[in-house]
Design a protein around this ligand. Sequence first.
Ligand SMILES: Nc1ncnc2c1ncn2[C@@H]1O[C@H](COP(=O)(O)OP(=O)(O)OP(=O)(O)O)[C@@H](O)[C@H]1O
Ligand SMILES: [Mg+2]
Length: 277
Amino acid sequence: MEIPRFCLGIIILYGIFHLSPQFVPNNSAMPVLSTQETTNTSVNQQDSETQKHSGNAPVILQLQSVTKTYANGSHALLDVNLEVKQKEFLFITGPSGSGKSTLLKLLYGEELATQGEVIVDQCNVATLRGDRLPLLRRRIGIVFQDYKLIPQRTVAENVTFVLQAQGYTRKEIQRRLEPTLKLVGLLAKADCFPSQLSGGEQQRVSIARAIVATPPILLADEPTGNLDPDNSWQVIQILQKLNSFGATVIVTTHDEQLVRRCNHPVVQFRNGRMYRK
Ligand SMILES: Nc1ncnc2c1ncn2[C@@H]1O[C@H](COP(=O)(O)OP(=O)(O)OP(=O)(O)O)[C@@H](O)[C@H]1O
Ligand SMILES: [Mg+2]
């Protein structure tokens, strides 16, 4: 991924976000960039540091005394309390099996808490019925740890599939596709199939798919897991840029060096329990 192309993508996406608020579906998502609002914040209301940084931003993601035990008896999360305010950028670290992906799955409703409550954008995920869960998910971009690309579809089709399902017009889809692919450095691979891509390229397709609708919440599960340090840093810069546009971003990672390089709040999971760093 070349830096100039990356920068160009950022500029184009910036233009889309600012000139086309109608492309932000359903909400007040992606608020206009304000330098005062991009300061790093912490994640827990009880933490005085957090109060100092996050100001009066509303809580957008919340876990209250959440325990998750899978059907086979595996205790993935134990009594987790977490609050993330709008426009925060939070890293989640922890060893393999410590519960990071499970936490994200609870937030987008793929799994339900065994005990406790998961509140996303003021909705209790467990009580959403009918089309309310799909509607909530439209407000959440998800970068899956295992990419979840559709093998029979090209890069462009994988990225735009969700937009088509959500009823975007062809014109809107085209307008979004190119800057998004540029942003992740994959414009030249738009017509390739996933099997023709490297692991890192597939990872970037999954990032493009997550951000193409400019959702107000972005959950990225190991988005740099398959990337070299340079590409990892580029990806984090993309996520930070989206955060500066107003998205609330949660990133899980094993990459302690990357976390140290950024100045974002971090929580760590160990054996399903959450600790602040
Ligand atoms: N569908 C499932 N059924 C049963 N147990 C599961 C399931 N998914 C995860 N687990 C268990 O829950 C625990 C937490 O898993 P999780 O995937 O959340 O960890 P993680 O921190 O994301 O790990 P990694 O860094 O390897 O991705 C592990 O012990 C795992 O074996
Ligand atoms: Mg995981």
